[in-house]
Design a protein around this ligand. Sequence first.
Ligand SMILES: [Zn+2]
Ligand SMILES: [Zn+2]
Ligand SMILES: [Zn+2]
Ligand SMILES: [Zn+2]
Ligand SMILES: [Zn+2]
Length: 597
Amino acid sequence: MNKTETKKCQNCKQQFTIEPDDFDFYNKIKVPPPTFCPECRMQRRMAFRNERTLYKRDCDLCNKVVISAYPKAAQFTIYCSECWWGDSWDPMKYGQGYNPTKPFLTQWKELQSKVPRPYVNNLTGATMVNSEYTNCAGELKNCYLVYGSMRDEDCAYSHYLNYSRHCFDNLYCIKGENCYDCLDIENCYGLQYSQSCVGCRDSTFLFDCRNCSDCIGCVGLRNKKYYILNKPYAKEEYFEKKDKLALHTRTGIKSFQEQYKNVYYSSPRKYYHGQMNKDFSGDYIANTENTHQSFYIKHARGCKFVFWCNNAEDVYDYMSWGDMELSYECVSNGYNSYHCLFTDASWSDNKDLEYCSLCFTSSNLFGCIGLRSKKHCILNKQYSEVEYKSLREKIIGEMKTYPYRDIRGIPYLYGEFPPIELSPFLYTDTVAQEHFPLTKEEIIKNGFRWEERKKRNYIVTIKAEELPETIDEIDDSILDAVIECVHKGECNDQCTEAFKIIVQELQFYRKMNIPLPQLCYNCRHSGRVAARNPLKLWHRQCQCAGEHSDNKVYTNTSKFHQPHELNEHCPNEFETTYALDRKEIIYCEKCYQQEVV
Ligand SMILES: [Zn+2]
Ligand SMILES: [Zn+2]
Ligand SMILES: [Zn+2]
Ligand SMILES: [Zn+2]
Ligand SMILES: [Zn+2]
């Protein structure tokens, strides 16, 4: 058995460790151990996924105007959905024989530059009704700027939204209705400005609440009604108080946020979000076994370094979506896929794919792009099963001795995901920019795809600061206005500088009595991403000091803290996404459960 090994990342030069379990996994799928650290590997995968930057351009086959993930100037042939999925072109026409005098990934890059790509990454055959401004999505109806989402209706400005209706401005919302500006919520109705809640209704500013309704500014409550700032009120009193808070005005929201902050930082919270896990580490993790360093993951076994996934077994280094088995270093894959390696944007009944892109319902493909229902192909060229097996072995052998080198000279041997410089997307358009933001200079120096953003030249008709306090003061003429974003393009949030209000949005704000936003969608989205913890773990001790929290801000209400006596500090340690210097009070599961009932 292998022992734990410390290695130096080729990319960032930091040290990282490979555990005995990891070696077992690499042996099982017959790949050498990685030469990049987990973080650099995550960045690399994320750079192959553009979720939310869209451009107007033409389909290169039928000339129809489409809303695409590729700018006009991208050096790729882009087809609309009908054309790409239609029969009027053949990806095998671009097939190349393998050339042993060039690194394999150089040949892959040549193939990539020739094969037409679909305009966005929406799900195969999933119906989309009146939802052209979307990406990485499926089965949407009347949705606008909705990404990484499935089965939603009448929603806009949202990310990772599933089975939801009338939801605006959310990040990760499952089965939501009438929710606004929330993140990481499930089964909620009429929830606003809230985070990490399940089964809550008609409430505002909640964190970590379950099955609560008519609550305002509360943290860690269970099955409560008519609470404000974690204090109970009689029904009439609650509504009187609520009216006084005037949370339909911008000033009301702002001044209440200050009071909410006090409750937010003085209530203990569990060191991770989730439940029903055995032998695990990560955050937003549920129903897993032997799954580590994984985030936003449900129903998984034997997984590690996974982000945003449902249903997986023996999967390492993966992002989005799920139903995957025995796979490694993939992004935007799944839907019943087995043994896929170093593959992006390929899903639905795939088996034994390596270094593939945009391949569907296929098996035994190596270095293929844009294939459907094919097997035994290499660089889009057909082989017999026997030929395929021996050529695959030969290429893998040569990738180990004659690797592709990126602009900085870093070698990519067999077992490494393709370098970021081979991503078809502009770095700033990808998920990588959200989690690993780079400046223009860094992007160019590293050889990643870069394009100067076109000057937008909006003629601003109203500054966000001039917008009225409440939605009642807004008439329909706002639909013609060009509102200047408060950030004025000076932030790092891909600010669009100005924005417009769409009809459904105005109706929603009126129905929910919400004032108009003052930031553009990109800035609003970045704010929600920043409100999440990083996808990173720190080793910490429980902050329960016996009768109160370490910082004495919170006094325990329960006298029976299982892991320790009342006059003792809790000895429990754990891995958490809360960094050591954070203000929040972090408890172990046992101490937390004693306090949150
Ligand atoms: Zn690294
Ligand atoms: Zn077309
Ligand atoms: Zn902005
Ligand atoms: Zn504890
Ligand atoms: Zn305790």
